[in-house]
Design a protein around this ligand. Structure first.
Ligand SMILES: Nc1ncnc2c1ncn2[C@@H]1O[C@H](COP(=O)(O)OP(=O)(O)OP(=O)(O)O)[C@@H](O)[C@H]1O
Length: 229
């Protein structure tokens, strides 16, 4: 996979960097002075107890929440310097509760290409879409099916494909396997590891019994802090 990089991006720079980031929800929970750097193609496993702040960390990384102090850099540039549709194609997000839009499976998969501003991307063919669906064991789903009729597990895999298609430099997975049976779970985990091997940095919140086969960084979230193990 050919991962796009801006002309001035030095491959030795972290692709994603948190610098002293602080964010608190209105109720006071949140994260304080979080710093870590993720090189291109790094697999990052994120763990911590329920309510520790793992989803909050990912939501900050994809700018669904605004940091209150510090800085988050994507390819060396502040997150808020990206035009939002351009940011969405550079950093993918597969959420716990997948977001599906009205329309067919094809409409949902191609949604990033209707929003995006980049001119260097070709709209994927049906062959590419079905290839990805086979890779994720969605063989009983057709491109013309209504996406709203899919199960939660099927929706999660559809969102995974939708995030990968624009060739992002980072993908954040928030418990992408929570609604899947064991076989599908292992398949999604294997694909996430393959994406890292192809050069995409992968940040994955996952259950504690998951141990990636690939080399990885492990971040633990506890008491509003993020520590690298
Ligand atoms: N929209 C919100 N408004 C106020 N507080 C919130 C909001 N979202 C999360 N929080 C609080 O922030 C803390 C961290 O939540 P977060 O969802 O990031 O935890 P988590 O580690 O992902 O948990 P889980 O493993 O259960 O998904 C929790 O105490 C939660 O109640």
């Amino acid at each position: 996979m050919n991962i796009p990089q801006p002309d001035d991006f030095n491959q030795d720079m972290p692709v994603l960097e948190f610098k002293d980031v602080t964010f608190h929800w209105p109720g006071g929970k949140g994260l304080s002075e979080v710093s870590f750097a993720v090189p291109a193609g790094q697999f990052v496993l994120i763990s911590g107890s329920s309510g520790a702040g793992k989803s909050t960390l990912l939501r900050l990384a994809v700018r669904l929440e605004e940091i209150q102090q510090g800085e988050i850099l994507l390819q060396g540039q502040p997150l808020d310097s990206f035009y939002p549709p351009a940011l969405r194609t550079r950093i993918g997000f597969v959420q716990q509760m997948p977001v599906i839009l009205p329309g067919s499976v094809r409409d949902n998969l191609l949604m990033p290409f209707t929003l995006q501003s980049r001119t260097d991307s070709t709209i994927p063919s049906d062959e590419i879409l079905t290839g990805w669906m086979e890779r994720l064991a969605l063989t009983d789903v057709a491109l013309d099916d209504e996406a709203g009729d899919l199960s939660v597990g099927q929706r999660q895999r559809l969102c995974l494909i939708r995030s990968v298609l624009p060739r992002p430099v980072v993908i954040c997975f928030d418990e992408p396997t929570s609604s899947l049976d064991r076989e599908s779970r292992e398949r999604v985990e294997r694909i996430a590891e393959e994406l890292a091997a192809e050069g995409i940095a992968v940040l994955m919140v996952n259950h504690t019994s998951y141990h990636p086969d690939c080399p990885h960084m492990h971040l633990t979230v506890a008491d509003g802090k993020v520590e690298e193990e």
